[in-house]
Write a protein that binds this ligand. Sequence first.
Ligand code: MRU
Length: 334
Amino acid sequence: MLPCPVCWNNQEKNLCVLDQRLLPWEVSFIFCNTCEDVAQAIESLAVRGAPAIGVAAAYGVALGARKGKLEVERAIERLSRTRPTAVNLFWALDRMSQIAAGTEEEKLFSCLLNEAHAIREEDIAINRQIGTLGQSLLPRDGIVLTHCNAGSLATAGYGTALGVIRAAREHGKNIKVYADETRPVFQGARLTAWELLEEGFDVTVICDNMAGALMQKQAVAAVLVGADRIALNGDTANKIGTYSLAILARYHSVPFYVVAPTSTIDKEACEGSCIEIEERDGSEVREPAGHPLIPESFPVWNPAFDVTPHTLIQAIVTEKGVLTPPFLEKIIDI
Ligand code: MRU
């Protein structure tokens, strides 16, 4: 069984976070006793993936509540500065803020902890529903290409894009997965390959620049990716490299599907250009997986995400249904 990426430790009353920086070599956990511990786990990518960040942040607010109502506001402010792109973070913080506003001081910690538990449990149920709906898009036998990690590790469990692959297997389908390595942090090679191999899936890692050759040589049934923020018109921010993959998919007539819970939709962003893209430290590019590749003096650009225009997306799979173009009205109504 896969380890839980974000779990409340009821004995110690702290948050247990699987340290994803060490995978696939080591399964090791970080114990967060304060909101600051959680913020640092998010910033350092120990916990990552839009839904998992939201769940962790919710527990971070609950941990802050131990010190009273004023600390809750500070915790929300601190956690909102960890990573700017995944809207699930802000969605979860809003939910926690609303609970805090309507709760008296003595019950603050227990009410916020219960809300964090609810966010976590709902996420797993939503992913299963997404999987059931999404698997209907896949053939009985076929190849699927995925990017980054939108799996169990990136959520409270089961996954979004990888949840669709799990559900396809549960429906008796035979899916072979290709996982883009996903430079510069290698979420595809390290995390997607690991979690699928742990469960006996047929998965093969490719370098990001091999995706075109794969589509040229093999019949790829679909590209499945997760999302960090979806704008009203369907433009989708996801891990850097997703946009290139969508262009390749269009050229090769391969359906390109975005798979995400409705908590990843930002109704305040009318289009992709409104989405803030996180830029991370150049050391991730200069020292991939901690191994020096180029000197510190070499300038690099390291955006963590890109935006795929809605025109390249065949469907957006959510727990409330499979949305097809034109997206705008369907997303407004969701
Ligand atoms: O930088 P990361 O690892 O947090 O980026 C993760 C992604 O881009 C995922 O595809 C996205 O968050 C969806 S996870 C279900």
